[in-house]
Write a protein that binds this ligand. Structure first.
Ligand code: GDP
Length: 321
């Protein structure tokens, strides 16, 4: 019989890639979606006829119980959250309701309705905030610096507590920045690949950026969801850092994108203080020794392949306009 998976956050970048991966593995895929959700179904439109949408909301305990009773999932992937950091400052309580307490409700529903369900919790490198060490490992102390990071830290520890107390197969993947053609253009990676393509096509004349020396650990979302799935296929649950394990600067990203299009970035890129971020001394970069050793996972996309795949996509979309 086909395995059944329930995904929260189906319409987001990761939810859409994960649903595709699970479909190719022969799963029956259910996506929990809020009735009030304003999110668009654009990312899943090419396979929406192959998945079943289940109404439910992380704010509503009974809707989670219903969703689990109805679908009887073998696996649940919790990818839903209020994940926009600036909003977590203006709406800290709502962020805690979705991103922290929502996970408590989901764990309670699993424990009561179907404790054999395997559970993946999307933790984030935001739990490290301003970390004591770089690269970070699974043992690095959490020092979140915004309400989103605090909520994710709570969810992380609740997942571990439920694993220990109730013997659930529940685990957390701590992901770093991950990108894809489905990523929003407000994030620096997409801003740069799109910006370079716009200049190439004569749709823009310059690209204004913040700190070009800022460094990040970037992965492709396809690689990240493959790790999530692997984590739920083991003999025992455990927590893992999911990252590329290397950093690249914004300047390298700019250079790589423009060079790929045959352009010299220095002619087009200017630095605008508006996009500068204060205190970014300690690098967020994940150590991936554990996931490599235990799960034999490593990213398939190199940094250059990630850049080129996104430039190719933006070129295709923008040249068809
Ligand atoms: P975020 O930190 O989750 O918002 O992720 P981003 O993908 O937007 O990456 C932000 C990083 O890129 C930070 O280190 C910024 O200092 C740096 N950066 C440099 N220029 C820009 C810019 O123009 N926009 C953004 N969003 N970030 C920039």
């Amino acid at each position: 019989m086909a395995k059944k998976a329930l995904i929260t956050g189906l319409t987001g970048q990761d939810g859409s890639y994960l649903a595709e991966l699970l479909l190719t593995q022969g799963y029956q895929v259910y996506g929990m979606v809020r009735r009030s959700s304003s999110s668009s179904f654009e990312r899943i439109s090419h396979f929406s006829d192959r998945i079943e949408v289940i109404p439910g909301d992380l704010l509503d305990q009974f809707s989670l119980i219903d969703a689990i009773e109805q679908t009887q999932p073998d696996e649940i992937y919790n990818l839903a959250a209020q994940s926009y950091v600036p909003l977590s400052w203006t709406q800290p309580s709502l962020t805690a309701e979705y991103t922290a307490l929502g996970v408590s409700r989901l764990l309670e529903a699993i424990r009561r309705c179907k404790p054999s369900t395997r559970f993946y919790q999307a933790s984030s490198s935001e739990v490290f905030g301003q970390p004591d060490e770089s690269p970070q490992t699974e043992r690095t102390a959490f020092r979140p610096r915004n309400p989103y990071g605090v909520a994710k830290a709570y969810a992380h520890w609740m997942t571990i507590n439920y694993r220990q107390k109730y013997d659930l197969y529940a685990c957390c993947g701590i992901t770093y920045t991950h990108e894809s053609p489905r990523r929003g253009a407000e994030f620096v990676f997409r801003k740069i690949t799109r910006g370079a393509v716009q200049i190439k096509l004569g749709l823009a004349t310059e690209l204004r950026l913040g700190n070009l020396e800022a460094r990040r650990d970037w992965c492709h979302a396809e690689d990240v969801v493959a790790a999530m799935w692997l984590m739920l296929q083991q003999d025992a649950p455990d927590d893992y850092i999911i990252a590329s394990g290397e950093t690249h600067s914004v300047r390298e990203l700019v250079d790589c994108s423009f060079s790929y299009l045959g352009l010299d970035y220095q002619k087009y890129v200017s630095v605008d203080p508006e996009f500068y971020r204060p205190d970014e001394e300690v690098q967020l970069v994940g150590a991936i020794d554990k996931i490599r050793a235990d799960l034999n996972w490593r990213p398939k996309y190199s940094f250059q392949q990630l850049v080129e795949s996104m430039v190719d996509y933006d070129f295709k979309v923008l040249s068809e306009l």
